[in-house]
Write a protein that binds this ligand. Sequence first.
Ligand SMILES: Cc1cc2nc3c(=O)[nH]c(=O)nc-3n(C[C@H](O)[C@H](O)[C@H](O)COP(=O)(O)OP(=O)(O)OC[C@H]3O[C@@H](n4cnc5c(N)ncnc54)[C@H](O)[C@@H]3O)c2cc1C
Length: 351
Amino acid sequence: MSERLIIIGSGPAGWAASIYAARANLEPLCIEGAQTQENYVQGTLPLGQLALTTEVENYPGFPAGDLKGFLKTALDENDLAMIPSVEGMHTVTGPQLMHLMRRQATNFGTRVITDDVVSIDLSQRPFKMKTLGGTSHEAECVIVATGARANYLGIDSEHAYKNKGVSACAVCDGALPRFRNKPVVVIGGGDSAMEESLYLTKFASKVYIIHRRDAFRASKIMAERALANSKIEVKWNTTIDEVLGADDEGVKGVRLRSTVDHDKTEELEASGYFAAIGHTPNTDFLNGQVELTDKHYIRWVKPFRTNTSVEGVFAAGDVADDYYRQAITAAGSGCMAALDAERWLGMQGVH
Ligand SMILES: Cc1cc2nc3c(=O)[nH]c(=O)nc-3n(C[C@H](O)[C@H](O)[C@H](O)COP(=O)(O)OP(=O)(O)OC[C@H]3O[C@@H](n4cnc5c(N)ncnc54)[C@H](O)[C@@H]3O)c2cc1C
């Protein structure tokens, strides 16, 4: 049987699309990703990127406060058991927020399959797809909301301190108390590294940019802005040898290694480590059937709409957005995609 709408992905974009589509009686099927070791390593487990973080201070509707009572009434015991308990949190955490979104989507009738879409045929309708678990599905309309993942250097100590000072998003984490009035390091040399560094100067006492070459590849204007900021110091021709820290305190510094004289190392004190070496959108499974940008993000082909190059396929969230990359913008475009999908289905006579 062909579904009317399949939503692929389970971050804020996927759940917002599911909530809107379910409330429009489209009975959507959401394929939320698989619980595999590979997804764990890549950071693409179900519930998306926010499931990897602790506090989310900037999602509207969740001011600081004790959510325990609300969570107990909104979620069931299974959901609650899956949310890591974190002592001393003063606002909603990423996993809590994502379980609430998922619950809101299922409350309205969204059906969920915990699996990865590994191949898809968009050449004719109904669109066909296969999952890692071996099931096949067909749909008249598809919303792709598979998100993106931040790139890290991949060293063990970097992984060990994720959420304990290691981050890939200054806008998300920069204002957290642990970074205020303390030195931090930013890894990279492109425009994002300049932007992240400049943003962090609002909070940190000093921002070191760690760059493996002797010149930035960032645009001239961004590089000049960063270099002119008195709080920013560049460590040219260096790379991260190790992130230094302690289990209880998290990141306490970094050991740098020269890319010119490999025996030369230097230690810097830092409370934060921000990777700014790009993101990888989760678009491989589309196998070139939807037009992508030169950075492999899905291209939105109509201004202020979520249409892709394939009629009946819409995209939402970070998989199509390499610019804002926030939960609220992902959720916003998820809502847009559901409305676009519903109207498009209506025009095909599918209600
Ligand atoms: C550590 C961290 C902290 C952050 N903190 C904040 C914050 O405080 N505030 C904020 O606004 N933003 C924050 N962000 C950014 C925010 O998480 C993202 O902008 C947002 O999650 C994007 O939502 P999305 O729905 O587009 O995709 P994602 O959250 O990336 O979710 C997509 C999900 O789709 C699923 N998927 C992927 N491929 C497939 C497939 N082939 N088949 C089926 N399913 C698939 C996976 O489960 C994947 O995780 C943070 C990001 C990170 C990494």
